[in-house]
Structures are given as structure tokens and as C-alpha cells.
Unconditional design. Structure first.
Length: 287
């Protein structure tokens, strides 16, 4: 009688009539079953996470009271300057401008005045000034003092989106928008002042382009038209900007190509930019 005993993966032992037969080297040994190692997928290194860029925070616009507080520091050498304009004043000829017409235009744009632009600071203009002051954190006196001017000018900038980028670059820039009759002064990217002006007539339009002031004259007589130009700063041949002895209303009449300013305004720009390189940009459609 014989039987076998199996130890898996080791040997097979055979018993024959009570005798154990030990396998020799020549006898077959059952191989141990092998389990293949689990397949491994080479790991791909995870990309280094990039930090989420933080958006540059936009400056919070100043409220009316903050603007008014800054405006109280306005002087002839600070932004948005005008001398005080008071009830009873009027714009006379070119040498007697008190910025009454400018005030009436700006009060219209601020939607507090619907009267005529007549250059006389009467009761309706005074009432409009008081409405503007009351709505802009200013003492409602009805007097267009220097701080009120500073706020009024800032609130009534027109055609702002059309201002070329070059005007906001480093340095001093005088930028004339022919379409809106505004001459901007930017200093190192910040708006410093805005004056109402007029340019050349249709047949001799002020040339568009980028220039720089070439010379400075407190008073010069035009060799072509034999008229005085006050605080004249030429920037393109004979064209430049200067105080005009003929301009009373910026929307009445034109020049022969120069940028006409009120004489008082031309003096402020001339004085402020003394010793500076004043870049000049002329842009916008003719008006």
C-alpha cells in the first residue's frame, strides 16, 4: 500500500507499505508557485503649484468730503488753481477776465445751472454755486473761492477717456484736446490743471502731434499777424500756446493756429513750467 503526502511548494513524500521514500536529487520537486509582483506605474512628479497672482488693487475713489479737504490747500502753485470769483463780478474784455463764463460753463456741466453763459455773476449763478457747494461738502457761501474752483474743475473734466497715454507718462505734459476746448496739464502722470481754450480756425487748424516747447517769451509780437502774444511758448514752428488779447469766450472765434488761453491762465502755466521741459500733445477732431 502506498500513499503520498504533499507540502505545497516544498516536496512530495511517498509512503510505500510503511516505508518513507525520501526523494533524491533525481526525483522531481514541485516548484513553489510564484506570484508576480504587482505592476507599478512610474509616478509622475506633481507640478509645483504656481501662486495665484493677486490683482493690483484699484485706488479707492475719494469721496466728496475728501476731495474738498484736499482742495482747501489749493494755491497758485498747487493743482486746479483759479483765483476767487465773486458775486457781482463780470468778464469784461480779454484783459478783464474773471472766469465767470468758465464758471457758468462748468456749473452747467455739473448740472446745477441752466442759465445763460453771459459772463455776469448774478443771483442765478450764485444760487448754482451754492447748490454745487452743498452737494460737494463745501460751505455753501455762493462765492466761487479757490477750493470750490478746485473741486468744480475736477468734477467737470470732459472727454476724459480720449486723453492720450503719453500725457500720463513721466514729466510735464500740456495736452490740448481740440474737440473739447480743454488744455490739460499733467505732471508725472497726475492731472494738475485743466483750462478752457480755443485753437486754430478750420483753414489753419492747430496741428496734431507730439512736440515740446522750444522757447519762452513773456510777450512777443507775431511777425505774421502783428498782434501781441502773452506768455508765448512755441512748440511747432510758429504755433504754440499763449494768452490771447482777443479771447473772451473759448467757444467764440478761433486763432490762426495757436492755442489761445486766457491771459491769467497762460501766466499760471508759464510760471509753473519754468525751468521744466514742457511736452505738448495736440489731439482730437477740429471744433
Amino acid at each position: 500500500m502506498s500513499f503520498k503526502v504533499f507540502w505545497p511548494g516544498v516536496v512530495t513524500l511517498t509512503f510505500v507499505a510503511g516505508t518513507l521514500l525520501v526523494p533524491s536529487s533525481a526525483m522531481a520537486v514541485d516548484p513553489a508557485p510564484t506570484t508576480p509582483p504587482p505592476a507599478t506605474t512610474p509616478s509622475t512628479p506633481s507640478p509645483t503649484p504656481k501662486p495665484t497672482p493677486r490683482p493690483t488693487p484699484k485706488p479707492t475713489p475719494l469721496n466728496a468730503c475728501q476731495v474738498a479737504a484736499i482742495a482747501k490747500k489749493t494755491t497758485a502753485s498747487r493743482p486746479f488753481y483759479r483765483a476767487a470769483t465773486k458775486p457781482g463780478m463780470r468778464d469784461g474784455g480779454p484783459f478783464a477776465i474773471n472766469h465767470v463764463r468758465e464758471a457758468q460753463y462748468r456749473l452747467r456741466w455739473a448740472k446745477v445751472y441752466s442759465g445763460s453763459v453771459n459772463g455776469r455773476y448774478g443771483s442765478s449763478t450764485k444760487a448754482a454755486v451754492k447748490r454745487f457747494q452743498a452737494g460737494n461738502c463745501l460751505r455753501a457761501t455762493g462765492v466761487l473761492d479757490t477750493p470750490t474752483w478746485a473741486v468744480l474743475i475736477q468734477r467737470t473734466v470732459r472727454n476724459r477717456a480720449a486723453i492720450p497715454k503719453i500725457c500720463k507718462s513721466a514729466g510735464w505734459h500740456s495736452c490740448y484736446d481740440r474737440a473739447s476746448h480743454q488744455d490739460f496739464l499733467f505732471v508725472n502722470g497726475k492731472m494738475f490743471n485743466v483750462w478752457l481754450v480755443r485753437g486754430g480756425m478750420y483753414s489753419s487748424q492747430t496741428r496734431t502731434g507730439n512736440y515740446a516747447v522750444q522757447a519762452r517769451y513773456r510777450e512777443k509780437v507775431s511777425t505774421l499777424y502783428h498782434v501781441k502774444m502773452y506768455y508765448f511758448m512755441p512748440h511747432s514752428g510758429g504755433e504754440g500756446q499763449h494768452g490771447s488779447g482777443f479771447m473772451v469766450d473759448p467757444w467764440t472765434g478761433h486763432s490762426h493756429g495757436c492755442i489761445n488761453m486766457y491771459i491769467k491762465d497762460a501766466k499760471v502755466l508759464y510760471t509753473l513750467s519754468a525751468g521744466k521741459r514742457l511736452n505738448v500733445t495736440v489731439y482730437g477732431h477740429w471744433s
